[in-house]
Ligand binder design. Structure first.
Ligand code: ADP
Ligand code: ZN
Ligand code: ZN
Length: 731
């Protein structure tokens, strides 16, 4: 008899390897499929891992291998294509494979548990005889029985609740008397009944886009749908989705943030009337588990999700859409470092299905890929409704009177729009009241004691907060350095702008949208709904407001201060700034009324800003691409960052210096290594942060598995280090 196979497992530990386990002789395990979960001993704990391979040639004598404790599934939790995607993710992004596999599972499956479909209870009458006689002493029961009898299909608890209060004791009694029965049923996915909206007729450009993609539904292709804001990209996704669903397949739509999912889900449900699942970080464990089940069993025709939804299991995925593909939030910033857009492209390729990247401001990477004929560009050049793309006008702030960040020209423009009962949107990427505290006598500034960063002043709570760690401090009554009471609160955050505007426009309803004002589940959603309903006339917000939101009555957008984007040291800063300006501007004039955008700046002559505003985003990006090429920067080269964090800066340097030397020894030919240098935020939450930047002329030159090498380094256990492939922020 041949010995049982050795199982290769991905375990959720921060190590860059797979693990081998043997199967115990007894009891027999039957045929174990790749992709099932197994519970195994690991050190002095037990872990749930994924079986990713089986073989008969262990690297250790089988006697030395530990035995699997339990196999948790009959059916794999990942289909073979998704397994391949996870292998690739771990390898391309140089991340611990077990953590990649684990991240692809809902929390429930990471533990020793299973997901069962959500059920609901249905109450159905066992008799159609009137109950008046039997129940003459129990009027409530009589009433309940009549209600249930009037619905021959039965009523769920929710439906009962909607029709009657305090019905439960009566139902219990009726069940006891054998007049009503209780049936447990699998919950069906909610659909929006009877609201099926009329499909829009695609305009010529949309139709062309739709046909071009539709023609090649059975094969892989990456389409860059470059459509100006409001050009109806979403309508193209919907038309394609309808087709895919018609052929019995599913659609995954990735969106950059949670705030966009309910809006899109509603739009899909009313239009296509199909079951849609949502997947994002605001869901609780049960909701995530159900979403996972709906996608993997094929119950959901469409899944709308943020970044991590790219790892969901599907029964039959036929199309992937990445909306706002340029958005930085597709790149995970901590924990697992991967780019969901790029994983989506790889997944589509393995599935031989199309992937559509939509954006009004495509990333330079994607445009470069169009130039190299890797992606196909499809353009939507006009807004779908009558509205025109608004022109951006600069307000030169130099030597003009500005109070609390608002120029008089902007205030007049706001006034004019309010008179017309239109909405005004003001963008400022800084929350809090004032970002600096400065002593007027000795120039002391309030710095966070744990970070290299200014403390932000919150006026209402009269407190200082650090936006990089959770640190909060009292506002000093006098300067801690010279005891002067002459302390200035400098600069503007969204709260200061709101206060100032309330003084100027006392009778105007205002909404502030930033991370401080939208904590709590659904708060953001409710606020956005209220804006759309016209409850607020002035909306002040940060980045959260820029993405995809459609506020039809906004006619004026004011961009208060983006100059720091022009001065930043990050080589991508101008690209991100241009995307921001175009996206924020795109919130203006989306409906019948003409829109207007005013941008306040101290740098009205900045060449790139002028290029963007006079010649448009596409020409701007061609300019920036030329610069990147001449400087040897991505997308013409390939980058990798190694970051180290420790309580002593010296330790981070020593570690990175050694890592750099060993990389050079290991034959990092074709790889230019820079650093170690301190990160932009040199110290965060008490830890020093430093980095080494590696730039390669080809992907292959970079792709050696450096993490394995770094892991073996003697100092690797004393610093916290990460490796980031294709970083989007290099600070
Ligand atoms: P995008 O996703 O490009 O920002 P949307 O798909 O949200 O644009 O469309 C913007 C607006 O134009 C929406 O209100 C949408 O209903 C409308 N719209 C899109 N396509 C059409 C069309 N073919 N006919 C009429 N209205 C359209
Ligand atoms: Zn002082
Ligand atoms: Zn801090």
């Amino acid at each position: 008899m041949s010995s049982p196979p050795i199982l290769k497992l991905a375990l959720p530990v921060p190590l860059y390897r797979y693990f081998e386990y043997r199967l115990p002789a007894q009891p027999t395990f039957g045929d174990i499929r790749i992709g099932v979960r197994a519970r195994v001993p690991f050190g002095n704990q037990t872990l749930v891992g994924i079986v990713v391979g089986k073989h008969r040639s262990p690297s250790l004598p089988p006697g030395k291998l530990k035995a699997v404790l339990e196999i948790l599934d009959d059916e794999p939790v990942f289909d073979p294509v998704l397994q391949k995607v996870l292998f690739w993710t771990a390898s391309y992004y140089q991340q611990p494979p077990g953590e990649v596999f684990s991240a692809a599972l809902p929390g429930v499956l990471r533990k020793n548990r299973r997901i069962t479909a959500a059920t609901c209870t249905i109450y159905r009458a066992c008799t159609d005889q009137a109950g008046g006689q039997v129940l003459h002493n129990a009027p409530k029961q009589h009433q309940v029985l009549e209600l249930i009898q009037s619905h021959p299909g039965g009523l769920s608890s929710g439906e009962m609740n909607a029709r009657m209060t305090h019905w439960r004791p009566a139902v219990r009694a009726l069940i006891g008397k054998g007049l009503v029965e209780e049936i447990i049923r699998e919950q069906t996915m909610a659909r929006t009944p009877n609201t099926r909206a009329q499909p829009l007729i695609l305009n010529q450009e949309q139709q062309h886009a739709y046909e071009q993609i539709c023609r090649n539904m059975q094969e892989f292709g990456t389409y860059l749908l470059a459509g100006v804001t409001g050009s109806g990209k979403t309508e193209v996704y919907l038309a394609l989705a309808k087709d895919v669903i018609h052929h019995g397949r599913q659609v995954l739509i990735l969106v950059p943030e949670i705030g966009l999912t309910p809006q899109l889900v509603r739009r899909i449900e009313t239009r296509l009337n199909v079951p849609v699942a949502r997947m994002h970080s605001d869901l609780n464990a049960g909701e995530r588990a159900q979403a996972w089940l709906q996608a993997s069993t094929g119950k959901a025709d469409i899944v709308v999700g943020t970044r991590s939804a790219v790892f969901l299991s599907f029964k039959n995925l036929g199309l992937i859409v990445v909306d706002e593909e340029h958005d930085l939030s597709f790149k995970q910033q901590d924990g697992l470092l991967y780019n969901a857009r790029d994983v989506a492209i790889y997944r589509a390729k393995q599935l031989s299905v199309p992937v559509v990247l939509g954006s009004a401001t495509p990333s330079l990477e994607s445009q470069h890929n169009v130039h190299r004929s890797h992606y196909q560009r499809i353009v939507l050049s006009k807004r779908a409704k009558r509205a025109k793309i608004p022109q951006v006008k600069l307000i030169d702030l130099r030597s003009k009177p500005v109070t609390d960040g608002l120029s008089s020209e902007l205030i007049q423009a706001i006034d004019a729009e309010l008179m017309n009962r239109h909405q005004v949107l003001l963008f400022l990427n800084r929350r809090g009241y004032a970002p600096f505290l400065l002593c007027h006598e000795c120039a002391w500034t309030a710095e966070c004691s744990r970070c290299n960063a200014h403390m932000v002043f919150y006026k209402k709570q009269n407190i200082l907060k650090c936006h990089h760690c959770l640190n909060q401090e009292q506002v000093p009554a006098a300067c801690p350095q010279c005891n002067s009471e002459n302390i200035l609160f400098l600069g503007e955050g969204t709260q200061r702008i709101e206060d100032r505007l309330k003084e100027i426009f006392p009778n105007t309803a205002m909404a502030r949208i930033d991370r401080d004002s939208t904590r709590g589940k659904n708060t953001l959603q409710d606020r956005l709904d209220d804006i759309r309903k016209g409850k607020y006339q002035i909306i002040i917000g940060t980045q959260m407001l820029t993405k995809g939101h459609d506020f039809p009555n906004v006619t004026l957008v004011g961009i208060l201060n983006v100059d720091h984007g022009l001065l930043s040291s990050d080589f991508r800063a101008t690209e991100h700034l241009a995307q921001l300006i175009v996206q924020v501007s795109g919130r203006a004039g989306r409906s019948l009324h003409k829109g207007k955008v005013l941008l306040q700046t101290h740098q009205p002559e900045h060449p790139l800003l002028n290029c963007l505003l006079t010649r448009g985003y596409r020409e701007f990006s061609e300019e920036v691409l030329k610069q990147r090429e001449s400087c040897g920067l991505p997308p013409y080269t390939f980058m990798l960052l190694i970051r180290a964090r420790a309580h002593q800066q010296d330790l981070t340097y020593r570690f990175l210096q050694d890592v750099k030397s060993s990389m050079l020894c290991a034959g990092a030919s074709g790889l230019n290594l820079f650093g170690p240098i301190p990160a932009n935020l040199e110290r965060k939450a008490g830890m020093y942060q430093s980095l080494v930047v590696a730039i390669a002329s080809s992907r292959n030159a970079r792709q050696k598995h450096w993490a394995e090498l770094i892991q073996q380094h003697p100092l690797a256990k004393r610093v916290r280090w990460t490796i980031e492939v294709d970083p989007l922020e290099t600070g």
